[in-house]
Design a protein around this ligand. Structure first.
Ligand code: ADP
Ligand code: MG
Length: 339
């Protein structure tokens, strides 16, 4: 296992990261595709496409093909994967690499096969799947091989994944298609209702990252925001406070808390005891929301840690899997090309 010719991919709803064992992370780009909706020609992929969100001419569409954690638009996912894997191959001078890719726990068999097919289409020689919480646990340096329960919560763009991992596998898991995107939408909706102003999705995300807060203790003042007044149709500017943003996000945060609490109720008692000691580890971009660990801690009465690099944690796990034999048991390999 710890040899060349591997490419690791964290295909996320918001960001796609690619790594090789030799070079570490070589691609880290938003999962966006821009295309001409008359000719279907692809115009931009990754960060170049994200720059176009909300700013395109009429004939250009910008989409996130994996929006809700699975392959929403197969053709565009294929184009995006093709582009990233080709870049990785060029950067590493591979011919037909073996791919290790992370998949969210909640995906169906049909979606599994769609993903594998997309990769074979790009020309890889084999595809091995690894469950996202398993990669996240390895990436976060949790004691994974030992029979000790750890709870990992990954809050991404489209999905929140919760899993209790122990002895090299997943004991209990739960997921919901509610995560960072829904927090952005809640902020937009609030602004529409309170200020009669429409804002773009990138602005909503910026508000969340800059003054968003999940706990009163992390509220941080206010931000000047621009958008379009829905009544006059004219550009508008207003100030929004951190506490208002928190209140707007609260219903979504409560949904995320419920998804974290539910598996705790069905986790076998011995593992529950372990989690009491080991706590919960948060990963994914949503783990960077100010105050989130505090909120989860208060609601679950458990210790909560944020992984060192939440956005890279899953891929760091994949890198370890690519380079260390001890982790090979977590892979689900598929060698034959499906038509
Ligand atoms: P995915 O694995 O689904 O691609 P990521 O783990 O890359 O998702 O996380 C992306 C999500 O994290 C987005 O919703 C983004 O807005 C959110 N995010 C990134 N940085 C922050 C931050 N500093 N505060 C709050 N949310 C953040
Ligand atoms: Mg992810």
């Amino acid at each position: 296992m710890p040899n060349s010719n591997y490419v690791g991919i964290d295909l996320g709803t918001a960001n796609t990261l690619v790594a090789t064992p030799q070079k570490g992370i070589i691609i880290n780009e938003p999962s966006y595709v821009a295309y001409d909706n008359r000719t279907e020609e692809i115009i931009a992929i990754g960060s170049e496409a994200k720059k176009l969100v909300g700013k395109t001419a009429q004939n250009i569409s910008v989409v996130r093909p994996l929006r809700d954690g699975v392959i929403g638009d197969f053709e565009l996912t294929l184009a995006m994967l093709n582009y990233f894997v080709r870049q990785a191959i060029n950067k590493s001078m591979f011919v037909r690499p073996k791919v290790i890719v992370c998949i969210p726990c909640g995906v169906t068999q049909v979606e599994h096969s769609a993903l594998e097919n997309a990769l074979f289409e790009v020309g890889v020689s084999s595809v091995a799947l690894v469950e996202e919480p398993v990669a996240a646990a390895i990436g976060a340096n949790l004691s994974f091989k030992q029979p000790v329960g750890n709870m990992v919560v990954d809050i991404g763009g489209g999905t929140t994944e919760v899993a209790v991992v122990t002895a090299g596998g997943v004991a209990v898991s739960n997921s919901i298609r509610v995560a960072g995107d829904e927090l952005n939408e809640a902020i937009s909706e609030y602004i529409k209702t309170k200020f009669n102003v429409e804002i773009g999705e990138i602005t909503a995300e910026d508000i969340k990252k800059e003054i968003g807060s999940a706990h009163k203790s992390t509220d941080v003042g206010m931000l000047e925001v621009r958008g379009r007044n829905l009544i006059t149709g004219l550009p508008a500017v207003f100030n929004i406070y951190s506490g208002e943003v928190r209140n707007a996000m609260l219903p979504v945060l409560n949904q995320i808390i419920d998804v974290i609490k539910a598996p705790l109720e069905v986790t076998p008692p011995e593992l529950c005891g372990d989690i009491y000691m080991s706590g919960i580890t948060l990963t994914g971009g949503g783990a960077m929301l100010a105050g989130i660990s505090r909120l989860v801690g208060e609601k679950t009465h458990l210790k909560v840690y944020v992984a060192k690099r939440p956005l890279e944690c899953v891929l760091e796990g994949i890198i370890k899997i690519m380079t260390k034999d001890v982790y090979s048991s977590v892979l689900k390999v598929s060698n034959h090309k499906k038509q």
